[in-house]
Design a binder for this molecule. Structure first.
Ligand code: PBG
Length: 321
C-alpha cells in the first residue's frame, strides 16, 4: 500500500489514537535514583552543576529515602564520600564506612526500598582512580579482592543489589564468588558492563569528589568509538554471573543499548549520567528548552532503545508525573 491509500498521519490525528498506538511507556517502575552520602549531621549541600541533587548526611538521606519510597520509586543507588581517602581506598570496604552505615539506616527506616550499592574505589582513593595504583596505572588483579571485600561489606549491611562500576576485568566473577561464599547467593549483581570513558561524568566527579588526580580512566573504561567491544564486555560479565548489564552513559550510546538487548535478551540497565542531566537543567534554566518535555523525550528514547530500567537523577520528576 502506498500513498494516497497509505496515510500514516491517520493514526496521529488526536491524542487518544496516539495513545492506542504508542509503543513505549515510561513510568516510575523504570527508574532508580542515585544519591550521594557523606559523614556528618543535617548536611544537605546542593551540588552546583546538578540542580536538584545534593550531598546528604545519613539522617537527611534516610528522610529522602522515605520520601522516595512514598513516591513509588523502586530503589536508590548510593555513592559515598568518605571523610578520609588513602591510596588503597580503605573507606570503600570498611564495614563501618559511610555506605554500609547508610545502608543499615535506610533498611531500618524503609525496608522495602531497594538499596543498590555502587562498588568502586574512586570515591575512596586519594588519587581518585578506581583501583590500586602500581607503576602509574590501576593494577587489575590487586584491585579485585578489594572490590569483593566492599561487595560483601555492603551486602552484609543489607544492600539489595551490588553494582560494580570499576571496569576491572574479572570483577563480576570474584564478587559473585565472594557473595556466594558468605551466604549471599540471592543478591543480584548489576554490572556496569559497557561503561565508557566519558566526559559526561564531569558533574558527578564534583558531586562524588572523585576526579582522578593524575591521568584519566582510559586504561580501564571503554573507548567511546567502540561497539563490538561492548558486546564482548557484556558477554564476559554475563558469563561471570551478572544478572543485569548496564550501558553507561545512555543518550550517546543508544546504539549500544539496542545491540546489547538484541544480542542477549537479558535485563538491561542504562545510566543517564550527570552530564546528560546537567545539560538539560542548564538549557532549561536559560529558557532554551522545555525541561519536562526534553526529559521525557530523552528518557523515553533510552527505554525505546531497549533499556528495561534507567538510573536517573530525574527519577523523582518521573514519579511526580
Ligand atoms: C564510579 C562512577 C562514576 C559514575 C558512576 N560510578 C564516575 C566515573 O567513572 O568517573 C558516573 C555517574 C554520573 O556521571 O552520573 N566509577
Amino acid at each position: 500500500m502506498s500513498y494516497p491509500a497509505a496515510r500514516p498521519r491517520r493514526l496521529r490525528q488526536n491524542e487518544n489514537l496516539r495513545r492506542l498506538v504508542r509503543q513505549t511507556h515510561l513510568t516510575v517502575d523504570d527508574v532508580i535514583l542515585p544519591l550521594f552520602v557523606r559523614p556528618g549531621q543535617s548536611i544537605d549541600d546542593p551540588i552546583g552543576a546538578m540542580p536538584g541533587c545534593s550531598q546528604m548526611s545519613i539522617d537527611v538521606l534516610v528522610e529522602e529515602c522515605r520520601q522516595v519510597a512514598g513516591m513509588g520509586i523502586p530503589g536508590v543507588i548510593l555513592f559515598g564520600i568518605p571523610d578520609e581517602k588513602d591510596p588503597v581506598g580503605t573507606g570503600a570496604y570498611d564495614p563501618k564506612g559511610i555506605v554500609p552505615s547508610s545502608i543499615r539506616a535506610i533498611k531500618a527506616a524503609v525496608p522495602d526500598l531497594l538499596v543498590w550499592a555502587d562498588v568502586c574505589m574512586c570515591e575512596y582513593t586519594s588519587h581518585g582512580h578506581c583501583g590500586i595504583i602500581v607503576d602509574g596505572d590501576v593494577d587489575n588483579d590487586q584491585t579485585l579482592p578489594l572490590l569483593a571485600k566492599a561487595s560483601v561489606a555492603y551486602t552484609d549491611a543489607g544492600a539489595d543489589v551490588i553494582a560494580p562500576s570499576d571496569m576491572m576485568d574479572g570483577r563480576v566473577a570474584i564478587i559473585r564468588q565472594a557473595l556466594d561464599g558468605e551466604g549471599f547467593s540471592e543478591t543480584p549483581i548489576v554490572s556496569y558492563a559497557a561503561k565508557y570513558s566519558s566526559a559526561f561524568y564531569g558533574p558527578f566527579r564534583e558531586a562524588a569528589e572523585s576526579a582522578p588526580q593524575f591521568g584519566d580512566r582510559r586504561s580501564y573504561q571503554m573507548d567511546s568509538a567502540n561497539s563490538d567491544e561492548a558486546i564482548r564486555e557484556v558477554a564476559l560479565d554475563l558469563d561471570e554471573g551478572a544478572d543485569v548489564v548496564m550501558v553507561k552513559p545512555a543518550l550517546s550510546y543508544l546504539d549500544i543499548i539496542y545491540r546489547v538487548k538484541e544480542t542477549f535478551s537479558v535485563p538491561v540497565a542504562a545510566y543517564h549520567v550527570s552530564g546528560e542531566y546537567s545539560m538539560i537543567k542548564a538549557a532549561a534554566q536559560n529558557g532554551w528548552i522545555d525541561e519536562k518535555r526534553v526529559m521525557l523525550e530523552a528518557l523515553t528514547s533510552i527505554k525505546r532503545a531497549g533499556a528495561d530500567m534507567i538510573l536517573t537523577y530525574f527519577a523523582k520528576d518521573i514519579a511526580n508525573l
